[in-house]
Design a binder for this molecule. Sequence first.
Ligand code: KIV
Length: 273
Amino acid sequence: MSVHRSQNEKKITTHQLQEMKNRGEKIAMLTAYDYSMARIIDDAGIDVILVGDSASNVMAGNTTTLPITLDQMIYHASGVVRAVRRSLVVVDLPFGTYQGNSSEALRSAIRIMKESGAHAVKMEGGGEIKESVDRILSAGIPVMGHLGLTPQSIYKFGTYTVRAKEEAEAKKLQEDARLLQQCGCFAIVLEKIPAELAKTVSKELIIPTIGIGAGADTDGQVLVMQDMLGINKDFKPRFLRHYADLHTSITNAVSNYVSDVKAKDFPNEEEKY
Ligand code: KIV
């Protein structure tokens, strides 16, 4: 088993992520939505924990990220922050809390920072949300951008397929990436875009890019933890690698427990007071 933490390791900051890009060290990011899992992945050496609005799917069972609320994101983020000793914690601003109204965007970001203790927020979109990004950054809150497949716009796209395959969309993505960097974002997630485009953007930008389904040439990678641990057996997009088969492990553990209880084999003499 490999654990990457050492006692005197420092907390990860946005500046350290920049230094990692500068020296060619890849950034490892995963999602987490609760204390127990965040504790494990922080101890295992993850650089960035994203409290993603994918919590709407994997924790609450919704089919999209749209229903999750700011209060629910703050609840998830607070548990994660209490667990973390080293990782940088980034929290998604949920759908409807920042689009189109920069005062509301700032209020939402301030609530996340104050009430959860997180270190940064993430926002989906480019030019359309520039005013909100500027306003949040000017309050001293670090912002991570998110371009390509932006699940909060699923009803505009209609599908979760690869984005920016056409030249016009690829050009807009490149412009948006430059714009977010210019605004002062500290990193940008590139989701489900052609690897060549992700490589071009990552080379051009000074700030780090974090890819999901965007090939090997982004400055870091992110996966949804439940997906990479093989908890949801039915979700198998091409970009996903399973690092465990927890669906099988948990199923076996639970069915063994059920058998033991039914057979009056649990608890035994040693397992009682
Ligand atoms: O919400 C999320 O988990 C995300 C990642 C997929 C990047 O935004």
